[in-house]
Design a protein around this ligand. Structure first.
Ligand SMILES: [Zn+2]
Ligand SMILES: [Zn+2]
Length: 63
């Protein structure tokens, strides 16, 4: 059993993969992302942004 993308030839063995894949066909503005307020970094997972923010924090506190 494979899950076929309706918009491109992509096929997935798991429904979860297809769901994730479908995000690339969505308008970027519709996809929820966590944006860094200090740079152009964007994360799809909040944990990734939290971890990324540490790089800014370290840089400012070391000074
Ligand atoms: Zn597709
Ligand atoms: Zn940043």
């Amino acid at each position: 059993m494979t899950y076929q993308c309706a918009l491109c030839p992509y096929k997935a063995k798991h429904k979860g993969y297809l769901t994730k894949h479908m995000l690339i066909h969505k308008d970027p503005s519709e996809v929820k992302t966590y944006d860094c307020s200090f740079c152009s970094y964007k994360a799809k997972v909040k944990g990734s942004l939290t971890r990324h923010m540490l790089t800014h924090k370290d840089a400012s506190e070391i000074v």
